[in-house]
Design a protein around this ligand. Structure first.
Ligand code: SAH
Length: 226
């Protein structure tokens, strides 16, 4: 997978994506990115990329001419995504769809200020994508969320094979069961007996039942989705 990232803060990348399993996957060539500085396409010497809103109101808007030139500089933009609270909310199903094509290219447009000129969205048939119902100060964290979640479901990224990504919250039609590791006794709290029994059938039943209970209590909406 390749990501072209349009941002006024290219130094924010790879950021969190440089560490852990996702960082290792980048080092192994499973994914790559180019961070393109939108300021390089500014029309004046100050590197201005934004201007006041037509119609008035507080806050600046990123200019269509500057952004258009930045997008046009990319040889193979692939699907273009603009991070925006107005878009559909990213979920694990969408992550799977984005990650389904391992050699896909995505261009990720990170907004700042109040957002971008609408004509950019119309001109390039851009998909808007939100990472949740709250307002960030820019799209860079959203880009890292999308890349992280897509890369970790790619083949051969996580140890433990596909099992590791399939036995997780949202993938199993609900939330994950409680997890335990050594020591088996800690501060008077014991690991549930069934997990130490070695009886795979019972363990699986226990996990399923725990997962169902937790999902029913915390996220009944996920059960309806099933
Ligand atoms: N005025 C906008 C918010 C602008 S926040 C509105 O009311 O909808 C500045 C930038 O941060 C946005 O252009 C977008 O790229 C990014 N951003 C903010 N919240 C986001 C979210 N929930 N998901 C994805 N991107 C977000």
């Amino acid at each position: 997978m390749h990501f072209n990232i349009l941002t006024i803060f290219p130094e924010m990348f790879p950021g969190t994506l440089g560490g852990g399993v996702v960082g290792r996957a980048m080092a192994r060539g499973l994914w790559s990115y180019d961070a393109i500085n939108i300021r390089d396409f500014a029309y004046n010497n100050y590197g201005s990329v934004d201007d006041e809103q037509f119609g008035g109101g507080a806050g600046m808007v990123m200019r269509a001419d500057v952004l258009g030139d930045a997008i046009d500089s990319i040889k193979n933009p692939g699907k273009i995504i603009y991070f925006s609270p107005r878009g559909p909310r990213l979920d694990q199903k969408m992550v799977r769809e984005f990650a389904a094509v391992p050699d896909a290219t995505y261009t990720l447009l990170c907004g700042r200020y109040e957002g971008i000129d609408q004509r950019i969205i119309d001109e390039y048939d851009i998909m808007e994508l939100s990472i949740g119902d709250y307002i960030l100060s820019g799209g860079e964290i959203a880009a890292q969320v999308l890349i992280d979640s897509c890369v970790r479901v790619m083949d051969n990224v996580l140890g433990g094979g596909n099992d590791a990504t399939q036995n997780e919250s949202f993938e199993i039609g609900g939330l994950e069961w409680p997890l335990y590791t050594r020591p088996s006794a800690w501060r008077g709290r014991n690991v549930p007996e069934v997990l130490l029994s070695g009886h795979h059938g019972n363990i699986e039943r226990w996990r399923k039942q725990q997962s169902d209970e937790i999902t029913k209590e915390r996220r009944p909406d996920l059960i309806k989705e099933k």
